[in-house]
Design a protein around this ligand. Structure first.
Ligand code: SF4
Length: 97
């Protein structure tokens, strides 16, 4: 039994802007579905977003910026990234690695 159901909208860059209904348990989304009461999208949710919670809570999800400097990748911090971008405004960091 969810502790709450929250309305939201798909945040992907797609013109449909599907309305979402998300069950929340202990602060985590437990079920995601299209909002069946929305007059336009009427419960529709494409296959890409239907599995969104699996990606959101996947242990493989990247939570921080990382640099492919060596294996394994190393975590980098925003301050470092800002300095590197300032030092190399003409090229991407990928070209520097
Ligand atoms: S759920 Fe799918 S179809 Fe709906 S707005 Fe998001 S990406 Fe577009």
């Amino acid at each position: 039994m969810p502790s709450a159901s929250k309305y939201s909208v798909c945040a992907l860059d797609c013109p449909d802007a599907c309305s979402l209904l998300i069950d929340v348990e202990d602060g985590r989304g437990s079920r995601l579905r299209g909002n069946p009461t929305h007059p336009v999208t009427r419960g529709f949710l494409c296959g890409k977003v239907a599995k969104y919670l699996d990606r959101e809570y996947s242990p493989d999800r990247l939570l921080y910026p990382q640099r492919r400097q060596m294996s394994p990748r190393v975590r980098v911090f925003i301050d470092w990234l800002s300095r590197e971008f300032a030092r190399h405004p003409e090229g991407s960091l990928a070209e520097q690695s």
